[in-house]
Design a protein around this ligand. Structure first.
Ligand SMILES: Cc1ncc(C[n+]2csc(CCOP(=O)(O)OP(=O)(O)O)c2C)c(N)n1
Length: 867
């Protein structure tokens, strides 16, 4: 907004202006800022109802005179960018010409190409022995552009490009298929950060930047001099995750973080803010959140127009032009824009005099001008004390002409007709014959051509190619189980909850001289709930500024201690933030070459259910770490009711291929699982992560039987056989139980024995591992290969008669093993389907029919006895 009210005394206004200009001219900007600050204080004091606008005029933040000389060869860089535009376009169009179903995007990269290229040529530093490397998050549907660059660099072949989105068919042609979006799971030596689900890239980039500070402050690795760059969409900024950690970034002064928001004003269906201006909206939002904001709105051709525009007609007009209209200007030609834009006032028409229609057509937006982009990136890179966002104004489908530039439908355009292709070739001066163009031939200049040499030299000076995912990290030894979990293995019927046991183990592990410092405990404001307050004192809570206050509880053994080298990441009430934080730590082995081991403990309901997509992305990123779903179980968390009682997380966990999920009943079982998880993740360096549910119910913890460790890890073991007091021919059932419900099952076994019924009790530690094993064996058999007997079948064969399974999760969880049980034995599943509610555990277990009496009843019915 340029002015708030009508100017009724222009002479007075002019005097104020002149006074201000003379201060700037004579005493410089610092003095000017000082005076303005004074005026602001006065304005607040006199309560005139004024505070400065957060939005600046619709123009570049960096004035022309502050631009550095361009350090590169503009002609060559533009030529290279044009080639990448072409190869990216050809890649998508070819895939869709062959198979219309493959999809892909042309218009997004067309808008982002220059933003990427300035980064690649001048800023994005690769990791090599001398430099830890920058982290770069790419807009997902611009992936073809990143492949197009890797092709010119010689990292991908013609054949690879020809197999975009054909990961399965490619190998038969001697090619590697290229994944649709950045997926480290699918291209583990290439992509580092999955961004395909909008909003997760932005929040993840913030927590990665913060984690680099954490590593530095804890003196584990010096990450100074490294940056996190993220190119995101303006539509993407609508996702709550994109926005939710902005203040964390500014509070933590993350000047190692630069976001470039590609403001092409469009999203998939239409304009992002047809009736407003997204750049202004984002400017206010980011500035309000404490970020350094750089508007990159107009290209260099506009500099002269602004300089001649003494009446500020351009700024007035922009202030009254909404994005929907701006998009129409992008979609139309110079003739139209002369009439419709410059025709709006005599002042504008005068500015356009001397410009041909073609020149008007080619007036660039800031995000397409290498010089302006460089100036913005350089300013962002040098800025200290705040994260920076660059709001880069671009055109969606830039250069696609009538076929797509600024069109409502451009996002989904995957094909261009011959005329459109030839126009594109001419527009970007591509060295292609008509035939090559209409055949969508990929183009790579000879190796010794100046442009290829330039391209290689630029990357060499920035440390190598990027993106490039690395995996070397020194393996960490895991201490002996007995050294930290003896109390759990030999629990001697002591009463405790598995949560208490876990926290005690964690406290011990943190003391291990080698592994301890690499552990990252993460909580989302529930450390006290889980009994972890003692860790505040023991290892401290990470704070980038230490502790500037005397805590209320100073002197107490559990006092709240924040420290620069604190180890706990206390994320506050943000599960989205905490899981992003966990992901940063869990991928440190790859991103930083330093294995870290995060334990994120949270209310189990607020994990897979609340941030399931973020966990899916972490799985894609090959995270290694522990997720601990605490206060778990629909009936075990008695009083909290419908939105807290988790009955489904194990169902979702089972769908993530590299997630191993366990629901142990006993502290000893849990210890064995944690031990194995640590071994697999930090010692053997497997790309798996563990989900373990923990309960808050106190009950007697038995000693772990001898020789069951292997079975615990595979998913179940026989905990006890039939009572010796019963006759050999007594009716017999098998009872399976997991988590806290195993305790009900054990009581049911006693009750049944009193009724003359024998039982074998199986402790199920992981339904999903049992089901996976069964499915694996079945696939082997179907493929005509030798299959083993499913593990659950092997185990159950130790018992006889019908089988009753009971869990604190929905029935679908135990149902998942039905196909792999011994034949001819009836299988009844008891679970907690339905909405949770508040009451005592006993009442809830009665209600959901997973209590002792329900197990007894199911066993009798299965045996054909009266209830
Ligand atoms: C969570 C999520 N929702 C929806 C989509 C589908 N989608 C992919 S790209 C896109 C539009 C992106 O618009 P914008 O962020 O403005 O980027 P542009 O392509 O315009 O540069 C949408 C809705 C997605 N990938 N992720």
């Amino acid at each position: 907004m340029l002015q708030r009210t009508t100017d009724f005394d222009p002479i007075e206004t002019a005097e104020w202006r002149e006074a201000f200009e003379s201060v700037v001219a004579q005493h410089g900007p610092e003095r000017a800022r000082f005076l303005l600050d004074q005026l602001v204080v006065m304005a607040h004091r006199s309560q005139i109802g004024w505070s400065p606008e957060l939005v600046t005029p619709y123009a570049n933040t960096i004035p022309v005179q502050a631009q550095q000389a361009y350090p590169g060869d503009l002609a060559i860089e533009e030529k290279l960018a044009s080639l990448m535009r072409w190869n990216a376009l050809a890649m998508v169009a070819r895939a869709n010409a062959a198979y219309g179903e493959l999809g892909g995007h042309i218009a997004s990269y067309a808008s982002a190409a220059d933003l990427f290229e300035v980064g690649f040529n001048h800023f994005f530093h690769a990791r090599n022995p001398d430099h830890g490397g920058d982290l770069v998050f790419f807009q997902p549907h611009s992936a073809p552009g990143v492949y197009a660059r890797a092709y010119l660099e010689g990292r991908l072949s013609d054949q690879d490009l020809a197999h975009y989105r054909q990961e399965l068919t490619a190998p038969a042609q001697g090619a590697r298929g290229l994944s649709s979006y950045p997926h480290p799971w699918l291209m583990p030596d290439f992509w580092q950060f999955p961004t395909g689900s909008m909003g997760l890239g932005p929040i993840s980039s913030i927590y990665h930047a913060r984690f680099m500070r954490y590593l530095t402050h804890r003196q584990l690795q010096d990450c100074s001099g490294r940056k996190v760059w993220g190119v995101f969409g303006d539509g993407e900024m609508d996702e709550p995750e994109s926005m939710s950690a902005l203040t964390l970034a500014s509070r933590e002064k993350l000047d190692n973080l630069v976001w470039v928001v590609n403001c092409n004003l469009q999203r998939l269906d239409g304009p992002v803010r047809g009736n407003g201006r997204i750049i202004d909206e984002l400017e206010k939002l980011f500035r309000g959140a404490g970020w350094n904001v750089i508007k990159l709105v107009w290209g260099s051709d506009w500099d002269g127009l602004f300089a001649r525009d003494h009446s500020q007609a351009l700024l007035h007009t922009f202030a009254n032009t909404v994005d929907g209209q701006m998009q129409t200007f992008a979609a139309k030609d110079g003739r139209f824009n002369r009439d419709s834009f410059f025709g709006q006032s005599p002042e504008l028409a005068q500015l356009a005099q001397g410009l041909s229609d073609e020149q008007i057509d080619r007036l660039k937006r800031g995000g397409h001008d290498l010089v302006k982009i460089h100036a913005a990136y350089a300013a962002a890179a040098q800025h200290s004390g705040q994260p920076t966002v660059i709001l880069a104004h671009t055109k969606k489908g830039y250069g696609m002409g009538q076929a797509g530039q600024g069109k409502m439908t451009t996002h989904s355009q995957k094909k261009l007709d011959d005329d459109a292709l030839l126009t594109f070739r001419n527009r970007f001066n591509l060295p292609l014959s008509d035939e090559q163009t209409t055949n969508l031939a990929f183009y790579k200049p000879p190796k010794d051509s100046p442009e290829m040499q330039y391209l290689q030299a630029r990357r060499a000076s920035l440390g190598g190619y990027l993106p490039q995912r690395q995996t070397q990290a020194t393996a960490l030894p895991v201490p002996a189980l007995s050294s930290y979990a003896g109390f759990a293995l030999q629990a001697d019927q002591k009463e405790m909850s598995t949560t208490m046991a876990f926290v005690r183990m964690l406290g011990q592990l943190l003391k291990d001289p080698l592994l301890g410092p690499r552990i990252v405990p993460i909580v989302a404001d529930e450390a006290r709930t889980f009994g972890m307050a003692n860790l505040f004192k023991q290892v401290g809570i990470y704070s980038s500024v230490g502790q500037k206050y005397e805590p209320e509880d100073i002197g107490s053994v559990l006092s709240y201690r924040e420290a620069m080298d604190g180890q706990i990441l206390e994320e506050g009430i943000s599960e989205a933030g905490a899981i992003a934080s966990w992901t940063a730590a869990a991928t440190s082995y790859s991103v930083h070459g330093l294995a870290m081991l995060p334990f994120y403990i949270y209310y189990s309901m607020f994990g897979f259910q609340r941030v399931g997509d973020a966990i899916w992305a972490a799985a894609d990123q090959r995270a290694r770490g522990f997720l601990l779903g605490a206060t778990s179980g629909r009936t075990t968390l008695g009083g909290e009711g419908l939105q807290h009682q988790d009955g489904s997380s194990h169902l979702v966990a089972a769908t993530i291929p590299n997630c191993k999920a366990y629901d142990p009943a006993f502290a000893g079982e849990m210890a064995v699982i944690i031990d194995q998880g640590m071994r697999e993740m930090v010692y053997e360096q497997q790309d798996v992560f563990y989900y373990v549910t923990l309960m808050n119910e106190n009950y007697a913890q038995p000693n772990l039987p001898e020789g069951v460790n292997h079975s615990i890890l595979r998913g179940c073991y026989r905990l006890q056989g039939p009572s010796a007091a019963l006759p050999q021919d007594a009716p017999r059932v098998s009872l399976m139980g997991s988590g806290a419900i195993l305790v009900e099952v054990l009581k049911a076994a006693d009750r049944l024995a009193e009724q003359g019924i024998a039982s074998d009790v199986f402790s199920v530690t992981s339904w999903s591992e049992l089901a996976r094993d069964g499915q694996r064996q079945e696939r082997e058999a179907l493929a005509g290969r030798k299959a083993e007997v499913p593990f659950v079948l092997q185990q159950l064969s130790m018992g006889h008669g019908p089988i009753v399974a009971a869990t604190d999760y929905v029935r679908a969880v135990p149902e998942s093993v039905r196909a792999f049980l011994p034949q001819g034995r009836r299988y009844i599943c008891l679970g907690t389907d339905g909405f949770g509610r508040s009451d005592t555990r006993a009442a809830l277990r009665r209600f959901f029919e997973v209590d002792t009496a329900s197990v007894v009843n199911a066993a009798r019915i299965a045996l054909g006895l009266k209830p």
